[in-house]
Ligand binder design. Structure first.
Ligand code: HEM
Length: 487
């Protein structure tokens, strides 16, 4: 009874009971459903608004009614289980359409047959053997990061000044196999990603802008196109550099002759070029995958690293325990993937950081046909938003959810954890393909930093306002202080 002009098809209960018995219905601020609730809110306000809805619903998943769509918002582990196990609810939500000009239909965005084929092709590119070779690059880049830190003012360092470059270098050198030295434009690329995202969030907050024509005429279409071009020009340079090397090395001929590629594992871009040679993917396909992996592989890990440093700085006792775990390790250059995997407490610190500050705070799906989920009948085109951040801040599974407690992730404390309570990398068939890659990269950087420096606080969590977007951001920069360790 709250809405008159929200024209969306309603969600119903399978058993015919009133909807509000199963989920919370968020009352709209006007008679038009929730249409105007998010109108022109900033990413910071959007964060507050969505946390406010979670609080209002007292942990129950909730429904919003927009212009022509109902949105089922899942905020707890119990309700996400069925979706993550579903083989049908895998099509990404309407919001992802806004990312399409930037990422095309790469692995993140594609669905059905195209997604199956690509995921099958690309999974071996993240196999353990490949990660072992990536480990050497992560260590090399971590040492370069330390060199860079030498030149920065230790009393007040903006984490953006060294983490962003580290993270982009890593994904380009490992997955894409291309060193960025000699390729101009990485700084502009990073800034452009930020701007593309800001426009997408702004667009998402205005249901009228969902219509392409309205966005084209009255939205930030031109600006968005400009920034997307910057990102594509940069990724083109990377692909061209690799293609030249690939052809010069005669890889294609060798592989064709020996017909042995099927058994051998290659890094991502090599894999794509090999499949191009076989006619299984075209240039356009390569571009969309490279854009997808650069974006997913860069911004996510750098965000986690920044929050991890913020936490370590604020909790000296926790930092000390991490240091005790790593101080007697062999020389950094000799550390293997096994050594990094054995760092249980550091792993707990990273997990707790991901729990409290998930780099991807929410994801979305849509129903391509009428779908039954959690006892609800979701009409065709209904959207399902999965608020990863709320799921992982549920006090039922994580008592005192706002307190940073890495011990929750010690083996003895996770035995009875709900399988979908901790889902920073999503779960099920569309989970993150790069999660082991990310954990290894983050550990390498933290071990390098903590072995050489004590991290001290400048910025405190209470000084930060979080912003909701494709990636979780802070309105303010995060600063830390570094004190060299005397060994
Ligand atoms: C801390 C770091 C990371 C976090 C928190 C993270 C999180 C996620 C999440 C939540 C998804 C699901 C997205 C959705 O359903 O819409 C996802 C998918 C994906 N991630 Fe990550 N990710 C991280 C690092 C990486 C890295 C390092 C790479 C690649 C090098 C990567 C590549 C991808 C790709 C390609 C997908 C789409 C997979 C598919 O749909 O088959 N991610 N990631």
């Amino acid at each position: 009874h709250y809405f008159i002009l929200a024209l969306c098809k309603r969600i119903k209960c399978v058993d015919g009971k009133p909807l509000e018995e199963k989920v919370c219905i968020i009352p709209g601020k006007t008679i038009f459903g929730n249409n105007f609730d998010v109108l022109n809110v900033t990413p910071g306000k959007l964060f507050e608004l969505t946390r406010g809805w979670a609080k209002f619903s007292r942990g129950r998943s909730y429904v919003l009614h927009f212009l022509s769509t109902s949105i089922y918002n899942i905020i707890n582990a119990e309700d996400i289980e069925e979706l993550f196990q579903s083989q049908t609810l895998t099509t990404k939500g309407i919001m992802y359409d806004f990312l399409q000009p930037f990422l095309g239909n790469g692995l993140l965005m594609s669905h059905e047959e195209k997604w199956h084929l690509r995921r099958r092709i690309l999974t071996p590119a993240f196999h353990f053997n490949i990660l072992q070779t990536f480990n050497e690059i992560f260590k090399e880049e971590s040492l370069k990061l330390l060199e860079k830190l030498n030149y920065l003012q230790h009393d007040r360092i903006n984490v953006n000044d060294f983490i962003n470059e580290f993270s982009l270098n890593n994904v380009c050198e490992t997955a894409l196999g291309v060193k960025l030295t000699g390729i101009a434009g990485d700084i502009e690329y990073r800034a452009a990603i930020h701007n593309v995202e800001a426009i997408i969030v702004e667009r998402a907050c205005n249901p009228l802008m969902y219509y392409e024509t309205i966005f084209y005429l009255f939205g930030q279409y031109k600006k968005s196109k400009h920034y997307v071009e910057i990102t594509h020009n940069f990724s083109d340079k990377i692909i061209n550099k690799k293609r030249r090397e690939f052809l010069q090395n005669g890889n294609r001929c060798n592989i064709d002759k020996e017909n042995s590629y099927a058994k051998t594992r290659y890094a991502l871009l090599d894999t794509l070029l090999i499949h191009e040679a076989q006619g299984l993917i075209d240039h356009q396909g390569i571009c969309e995958e490279v854009d997808t992996f650069m974006f997913e592989g860069y911004d996510t890990t750098s965000t986690c690293l920044k929050f991890a440093l913020l936490n370590l700085a604020q909790y000296p006792d926790i930092q000390k325990r991490c240091y005790q775990e790593i101080e007697n390790l062999t020389a950094f250059e000799n550390l293997t993937v096994f050594d990094f995997n054995k760092l249980e407490y550091l792993g707990c610190v990273i997990k707790e950081t991901l729990r409290m500050y998930p780099p991807v705070p929410f994801i979305g799906r849509q129903c391509i046909k009428e779908t039954v989920l959690n006892g609800l009948i979701l009409p065709r085109n209904a959207q399902v938003n999965i608020h990863i951040i709320d799921i992982m801040r549920d006090p039922k599974h994580f008592p005192e959810p706002s307190v940073f407690k890495p011990d929750r992730f010690l083996a003895e404390n996770t035995r009875n954890m709900h399988p979908f309570a901790f889902v920073p990398f999503s779960a099920g068939s569309r989970n993150c393909i790069g999660q082991k890659f990310a954990m290894l990269e983050i550990k390498a950087a933290l071990v390098a930093i903590l072995r050489n420096y004590r991290v001290l606080p400048v910025t405190h969590t209470k000084d930060l306002s979080l912003e909701y977007g494709i990636i979780l951001r802070t309105k303010q920069n995060i600063f830390i202080k570094l004190k060299p360790r005397v060994i």
